[in-house]
Each structure stands twice: as C-alpha cells, then as structure tokens.
Design a protein around this ligand. Sequence first.
Ligand SMILES: Cc1cc2nc3c(=O)[nH]c(=O)nc-3n(C[C@H](O)[C@H](O)[C@H](O)COP(=O)(O)OP(=O)(O)OC[C@H]3O[C@@H](n4cnc5c(N)ncnc54)[C@H](O)[C@@H]3O)c2cc1C
Length: 418
Amino acid sequence: MSGPAPADAAEVLAELRQWIAASWDPELSLARWRAMLADSGWACPAWPREWCGRSLSPGLALAVTGELAAAGVPGPPEGVGPALAAPAILEHGADDLKRRLVRPTITGEVTWCQLFSEPGAGSDLAGLATRAERDGDGWLVTGQKVWSTGAATADFGLLLARTDPGVPKHRGITCFVLPIRQSGIEVRPLRQMNGHASFNEVFLDGARIPPGNVIGDPNDGWGVALAILAHERRLAALPAAAPAGAAGRAWREATAERIAAAEPHKWYPQRAGRPDLVIERARAAGKAGDPMVRQEIARLMTMVWAARWTAARAAAARAAGRPPGPEGSLGKLASSTIARQSARVHAMISGASGMLTGPQSPLNGTIAEILVSVPAISIAGGTDEIQRTIIGERILGLPKEPDVSRDVPFREVPTGGT
Ligand SMILES: Cc1cc2nc3c(=O)[nH]c(=O)nc-3n(C[C@H](O)[C@H](O)[C@H](O)COP(=O)(O)OP(=O)(O)OC[C@H]3O[C@@H](n4cnc5c(N)ncnc54)[C@H](O)[C@@H]3O)c2cc1C
C-alpha cells in the first residue's frame, strides 16, 4: 500500500462529518451506501485512493472508522473478504485482479471463504496436497479442503494449492482466487459437537480457475499465505451491531446482513468462554462466597485484564503504522487460555447441571454450549502449540523447530499412506 499522505486529523474528521451530513440518508439501500463509502474513500481510509481509500495513516484511518460508528452510519462489511482477501489482493495482486475484486468486496457485493486447511495439512499448512495444473491460460484444481467456514454461501475462495511438487514444500504453492459456484466443486457442511454447522468440506474435482486469478506469482504463494495468516489473528468475527435508535432501509439491510453473517458464528461468544457471565452466575448459584470459586474467578479476571492491556498495546502499535506481526500470536494464545479457565469456572459454579440444555438448564443451555465450544478456540486460526512455536521462534529468538521435510522436494516427502 502506498505511504500515508500527511493529513491533519481535525481537518480529515471535519471533512468526513461534512460528507456524512451531505450524503447519508437512512432510506438508501445498504448497497448504494456502501458504494458511496467505497467511492469517497471513507470505506478503507488507509488504502490508496483508487482502491476505496484515502492513503491515510493507520492511526487516522482508525479515527475515521470511529467517527463513522459515532455518526451512527453502517460501515463496510466485515469478514474474510474485506479483512483477508482484499488486503492480499491489494498487497500482492495484479491491477486487473484489483479492478475486478477490491471494490465489490468492499461494497459487500461478493463474499469470500478461506480454503487453506486440508485433512492432512492444518498446522503444517505448507504440506498441502491439493494441486492446481495449467489448463491453457487458466488452471484446474483437484483435491480436498476442510474446516472451510462459510464456504456454503461464499462466491469466492482464497485458495492455496500446490503448483510444483518438484521443489521443497514452501516453494511450490500458489495463492488463487477460486470462483466457488461451479460444477467442479462440492461443498458439504459438517455438524459440530455443539450442534452448529459452521464449517464445510470442499471437494475439488477439476474446478476451474480463470486466467488472471493468481494472487502474487505462481509458486510464490507461501509469502502471501503468511501475510493472510497474520491478518487472520486479528479478524473480527462479526460486523458491528446497529446502534440504539438506528432506523431506515440501510440499517434494516445491515442488520439482516449481520444476522446472516452471524449464522456460522452464533456460538463464537461461547467458544470464548463467556468470562463476562461468571460473577453473575456465581452470585445466582449462591457460590460467590465459596473460597475456591472466588480464587478461580480472581485468576480468570487477572488473565482477562492482562489480555485487554496487551491487545490495547498491539492496537496502538498498529495505529502507529506497524504491520500485524508475531505479537498477534500472544493475543490468540491468551484468548484460548482465558476461554479454558472460564469454562472451568463455569463448570465449578454449575456442577453437573452445566451439562444440561433446554429451558430448565443454567442460562437456557448457554453453559453447556460454552463447555462444548471452548475447545475450538485453541484450534481455529492456528493451534495453541503453533502459537507457542511462533512466539518462541519469532519473539523470543529460540532456535527453529526441526522439520525434516523442509528442504526435500514435496513429492519425496513421506505421507501417512506411503
Ligand atoms: C472454529 C474453526 C474455524 C476454522 N475455519 C477455517 C477456515 O475458514 N478455513 C480454513 O482453511 N481452515 C479453518 N479452520 C482449520 C484450522 O486452521 C485448523 O484446524 C488448524 O490449523 C489445525 O489444523 P488441524 O486441525 O489439521 O490439526 P493438526 O495440525 O493435525 O494438529 C493436531 C494436534 O497436533 C498439534 N501439532 C501439530 N503440529 C505441531 C507442531 N509442529 N508442534 C507441536 N504441536 C503440533 C496441534 O497443536 C494439535 O494439537 C478452522 C478451525 C476451527 C476450529
């Protein structure tokens, strides 16, 4: 992205307020409003002018986002498209790809999913086996992806596929834009132990990738993937809720979009362990005076506050212009530790009744949903062990983890079946 143009914060925010006063009409369609945000550059203020932005510094861009929220107008959409796909295309894609996909992603006209993980390649993502082969100017993809959140409804997939098995595993991978709705692709939802079906298996059998849909260069996709993963560790799960008193067509449509976008993520608050419910639950269950419960609540709250301050430090670093880096792993690991401690405290408070669902159960089944959803947070977006390895290697400077498959051609790496 191009460097920030020096701009005075007060002037920029005054210009934004003036623009909102002249442009916002609650009866606009959400699509029309989002198009206006994109074309005025207020949608993604840190991005270049021609790509829905204004080349503002990251700190000023945050202030613009805050001002849009304070003005009570809907912002651009959230999710894999705006948070992962559009930045990857901006940073690594050709101009033609930017022209075709950045604006429709930012206006919400097209939606995305991430097609990285495979049955045999999760933590060891560079070991992925889905292959893409040249077909004229385009490519044909064959293989299987799994845990693909939102693939059942997405228009495009951010796909990693192997394009050269003759070189070591990190070097023969390409990052593609895959149109999902086509005959070579079958998407099958997976049911989880908490009853929801957020993820999918995606079977690719000669799926077509049109010419020009490579992000970066062929066989150079690993660097693109690492940049995407760094963005992912701070991905917001849901668009912002409508403010109190919001009315009109644009907000009605934004709320409907939020409900649809929330469908795969309905249980996400529970997977974070719901530390916010712990004190109220201890009081309601008559356990607030129990010294063991109090001790564990205090331990939990200490972790919550330490993580909040660490996140605030990371946000300040981003506002000062630092790209997302390995410190995202600290936040990711902290959220897993907090979720597990919170689930433990909920279990101490509720006892066996915490396993029940239905109207008579604690908080109408919410405690049970917490207990079966918390394991996911230690896995999604990179497991706890992998975050510890990143922290060890990139923050603490420890020696790199040995990997015997790192330097041999991918096709010579032994697999489970051979
Ligand atoms: C809620 C959720 C949403 C997800 N959404 C998506 C999505 O949209 N798109 C997508 O592509 N993927 C998605 N995933 C998949 C996720 O990225 C993978 O599950 C994750 O990377 C782990 O891979 P795996 O499941 O293959 O486990 P494995 O890699 O097989 O790991 C199994 C166990 O071994 C440990 N382990 C593995 N390697 C090491 C090592 N080197 N050192 C120490 N321990 C190790 C792991 O920590 C783990 O405990 C999602 C997963 C979840 C739970």
